[in-house]
Write a protein that binds this ligand. Sequence first.
Ligand code: TXA
Ligand code: MG
Length: 323
Amino acid sequence: MNKLSTMQQDPIAIALSVLKAGGLVGLPTETVYGLAADAKNETAVCKIFTAKGRPADHPLIVHIGREEEVHTWAIDIHPAAFKLMQAFWPGPLTLILPKHPNVSKLITGGQDSIGIRMPRHPLALQLLQAFGSGVVAPSANQFGHISPTRPEDVAEELQERVDFILPGGPTEIGIESTIVDARKPPFTLLRQGMITPRMLAEVLGEEVQLKARASKLRVSGNLPSHYAPYTPLVLLTTAELEAFIKAPLKAAAIILSYSKIELPPSFRPIAMPKSPEAYAHELYARLRQADHEQAELILVEQPPSGGLWEAIHDRLQRAAAKN
Ligand code: TXA
Ligand code: MG
């Protein structure tokens, strides 16, 4: 079957039958596309690790369509964690909670904690509510590579290893969810996202800790190299970029810049948006484009810092860490 074609049958109905049969579905969420499987089917969960080339000790996020389902997957939930659910679900926030004893450790990478979120993409919610149970969904990319933000990216990453891609258009946000360890206060930020520490603190009435001092939880986004294109990527300040441009050119470089820098014709420029929301929305698609154009080098002008930009910095630093 052509995974991307528009079909006679309702795409939600197809996705539902694939999940029920233990298959893998490309799932649009508001952050990035996920690779979804029935969280209660161990054989299906195993297929995810194989399809992504992901080590078995890296835990998966369970996605649910209704808040009350959280009790199927987690126990002893702290009241402040409920406050976060009420404020940000459905939306780009993953909570790490104490795992329910009935949940397979295959999902949690052997740990006693579990990551749970309720996405807000309408198709994801529709599918999850129709399914009535949780699905595990890591980002639908090869381990360590750029997360997919469009259906065609999922097809490119996974080819025949995904059974059906639910066509949900380009994702709204473009980078992965914020992850908070919400087992006991003070809560800890494990991965930055478009829900910022300040937004969390406003709801909690206290600051969240930053992950530097955090626990030994395994978060693959915590590996120094992650979210990386195949082409080497270098992050430069605006001044460094200007100096580089003036130096005699050695490599066929693609430049992602957000400020108006005059570029000689030998460089291939990609103008990035100036707002953090628009930048995040574009980032992975532009890195993919740079990979396709087979540049020798991707140069990225460091965007501003603070607020929503921090999550973008985090992704760029990890993308650069591969070199
Ligand atoms: O936005 C997102 O979160 C996307 C969409 C598809 O929902 N999903 C996503 O999943 O980014 P993944 O697997 O690519 O990244 C999830 C991160 C991993 O780094 C994983 O280690 C961490 O969440 N994680 C999951 N369960 C955890 C747990 N119990 N303890 C600590 N970290 C956990
Ligand atoms: Mg991922």
